[in-house]
Write a protein that binds this ligand. Structure first.
Ligand code: 13P
Length: 249
């Protein structure tokens, strides 16, 4: 059984004070809910306050990025150990916005996955095709390269340490969600690719869908057998909307 994982990726939103307001609002709304794993990924500067306020609750905190070195002359970077010490349990790796705007590649994703492991953080590894790739019938090719290169060097024993997020680039922030059938097909493809690396254990890896997930489409997406959660941007920024997403059942 794969426990569903609903995660909010706040991107470049919410100051520490705004984080306090959100967390204090959401905590009672989600109290006692234990059949879904709940994760919030604030910007670096809001992580400290978020982990402090969610201690001993059912809400876990993740970061949106990390650097692969532990320390050294890397101005502006943040290491896995730094995030772990703040109380993070998850870290998003290879989000398409990082690939698009900050030059991340499957190779840097791979280094970051190992850096997350070294700090005992669970990477949420993002993959997904562009609109151009979808229109050229290259979805499988794109996902296959991202999974094979991004997860290079992993083997069956690592299966419990990662989450995958399928986020078709054309569906992010556009209001254009993949249809349940499109998402389901891609998730099936990804699980097949994971099978090449992890063998049978691929069945236990959780694959989230991300891209314009909203309270009114979440139920239908979550009903697909290979969709094990959602990575949510815009609709995770308001407590009432995030509550509805977590309580999609
Ligand atoms: P939206 O939900 O705003 O489309 O963003 C999805 C996303 O990129 C989550 O990581």
């Amino acid at each position: 059984m794969r426990k569903p994982i609903m995660a909010g990726n706040w991107k470049l939103n919410k100051t520490p004070n705004e984080t306090i307001v959100f967390v204090e609002e959401i905590k009672p709304l989600l109290a006692g809910l234990n059949d879904v794993e709940i994760v919030i990924c604030p910007p670096f500067t809001s992580i400290n306050v978020a982990t402090y306020l969610t201690k001993n609750t059912n809400i876990k905190i993740g970061a949106q990025n990390l650097f692969w070195e532990k320390s050294g002359a890397f101005t502006g970077e943040v290491s896995g150990d730094m995030l772990k010490e703040l109380g993070c349990e998850y870290v998003i790796v290879g989000h398409s916005e990082r690939r698009q705007y900050f030059g991340e590649t499957d190779q840097t994703v791979n280094k970051k996955v190992f850096a997350a492991f070294a700090a005992s953080l669970t990477p949420i590894v993002c993959v997904g095709e562009t609109l151009q790739e979808r229109e050229a019938d290259k979805v499988e090719q794109a996902l296959s390269a991202q999974i094979r290169e991004g997860l290079q060097g992993l083997n069956a024993k690592d299966h419990g340490k990662i989450v995958i997020a399928y986020e078709p680039v054309w569906a992010i922030g556009t209001g254009r969600t993949a249809t349940p059938a499109q998402a389901s097909e891609a998730h099936g493809l990804i699980r097949g690719l994971l099978g090449e690396i992890f063998g049978e254990a691929a069945q236990s890896i959780r694959i989230q869908y991300g891209g314009s997930v909203k309270p009114d489409n979440v139920k239908e997406l979550m009903a697909q057998s290979d969709i094990d959660g959602a990575l949510i941007g815009g609709a995770a920024l308001k407590a009432d909307s995030f509550e509805k997403l977590v309580k999609y059942k």
